[in-house]
Design a protein around this ligand. Structure first.
Ligand SMILES: NC(=O)c1ccc[n+]([C@@H]2O[C@H](COP(=O)([O-])OP(=O)(O)OC[C@H]3O[C@@H](n4cnc5c(N)ncnc54)[C@H](O)[C@@H]3O)[C@@H](O)[C@H]2O)c1
Length: 380
């Protein structure tokens, strides 16, 4: 009999993590999770408060096989903090989890990052199962080992790399993501194609036309673009840092907006800003800049002038100065390290033997920010 879900093996260095995915296969996935956790004595089931219906269905399936301890987390950047992780750890211990237990994280990238860090810390490492429910989480965040939370100075400043035991996604869970969020969430896919796999643009563009109907294909494109890099560099110290493309300005925008501008939207703008910086400082070709606009135009990002224009510039400068790539390479005061493209599909090299990160004056990023805020989207 044909399996109700497909299975990919994601390589992270020496580890291979199964990624089960299908559409309308929640009961079968719940069985598979219980099977693969084998001897687990309990599950801390951390659910995003935006996916209660989907989470109830999974938890009901799991409960037939194993004790489930549910806990809900509000998926908001302001809760992506160490106190929330601490709350999860205290809850896990208070409810009797042991080293044989597992943490299941169901939701978008925010809850995945919070619960992922809690799993890494609980008893110095507890089995982690990711159940992604947004495009960012399903097609990008879980195809990385990064678990992290924000500090008061900026995004993702505290965290670790942790290998999950399993990733499973019923793509039907993504059907409740509002269309705007679905499209902007695909910015990470656009990023993966622009930095690593321009050959996949011909598959990505038709998928962006009707993303709801193309989710399996989008998942395969996301994994195909990113997986070879994370396989070779699972801790993102070298080549895999290219997936930080768009994230320097993007993180600053997302952070300063207080999460009001969602991650995908911020990364999309961050890529346009990076392209503008590369055009001005490193001669990125007009065709390559146009490729950014062509793809980002498909993501439903109206009104850049109003949304970016309202952000506090001093706060953006401060967030850029606290960017979490600091220290990866030489960077003078007043500069920030960025992934910039030499051409679509190839990043500018960093210093010899170092990661592909280029120091850029914060003021040059701000100038590009203003251009994107005022002009770039009008030109699309
Ligand atoms: N670890 C990594 O490598 C990595 C990569 C990319 C992004 N991230 C992080 O992921 C976060 C962004 O994640 P996101 O874009 O998934 O957003 P999110 O997790 O912040 O969720 C956005 C909103 O969607 C809701 N939601 C989630 N699933 C839903 C569903 N199926 N139906 C309806 N609503 C749903 C949530 O409740 C929330 O209100 C950021 O904090 C970012 O830093 C991490």
């Amino acid at each position: 009999m044909r399996s109700p879900y497909e299975e990919l093996g994601l390589a992270f260095g020496d580890a291979t993590v199964p990624y089960l995915y299908g559409t309308g296969c929640t009961p079968a996935l719940a069985e598979a999770i219980a099977d693969r956790l084998g001897d687990a004595d309990a599950i801390l089931f951390v659910a995003d408060d935006g996916v209660r219906g989907h989470a109830d269905a999974v938890a009901a399936g799991l409960r037939r096989r194993v004790r489930v301890e549910p806990v809900t987390v509000e998926a908001a950047e302001r809760h992506k903090t160490l106190p929330t992780v601490h709350h999860l750890l205290e809850t896990a211990v208070a409810r009797g989890l042991t080293r044989r237990s597992a943490v299941v994280a169901m939701g978008g990238g925010t809850v995945g990052n919070i619960a992922g860090l809690a799993a890494a810390l609980l008893f110095r490492g507890t089995r982690l199962v990711h159940l992604p429910t947004t495009p960012v989480a399903a097609f990008d965040a879980t195809v990385s080992l990064k678990q992290g939370v924000n500090l008061s100075a900026g995004k993702n400043l505290a965290g670790t790399y942790f290998v999950p035991a399993l990733i499973a996604c019923d793509l039907a869970w993504l059907s409740t993501v509002p269309r705007h969020d679905l499209l902007t969430g695909l910015a990470e896919m656009v990023k993966n194609v622009l930095v690593a796999a321009p050959g996949l643009e011909s598959r990505l563009v038709p998928a962006l036309e009707d993303p709801g109907a193309a989710l399996p294909s989008l998942l395969e494109i996301g994994v195909a673009a990113k997986a070879p890099f994370v396989a070779a560099d699972p801790r993102e110290r070298g080549g895999a840092l290219i997936f930080e493309y768009g994230h320097t300005a993007g993180h600053a925008i997302e952070f300063v907006s207080g999460g009001e501008i969602h991650h995908g939207e911020a990364v999309a703008w961050g890529m346009l800003i990076a392209a503008e910086v590369a055009r001005r400082r490193h001669g990125l070709a007009a065709d390559d800049v146009a490729a950014h606009h062509r793809l980002v135009a498909r993501l439903d990002l109206p009104d850049a002038a109003a949304r970016l224009g309202g952000l506090d510039r001093a706060a953006i400068r401060a967030a850029l100065a606290a960017d979490n790539k600091r220290g990866y390479g030489p960077c003078a005061p007043g500069e920030v390290l960025m992934v910039l493209l030499d051409t679509v599909g190839r990043a500018l090299p960093g210093p010899p033997g170092g990661p592909p990160l280029v120091p850029v004056p914060v003021e040059a990023v701000m100038e590009a920010f203003e251009t994107v805020a005022l002009n770039a989207l009008e030109a699309v």
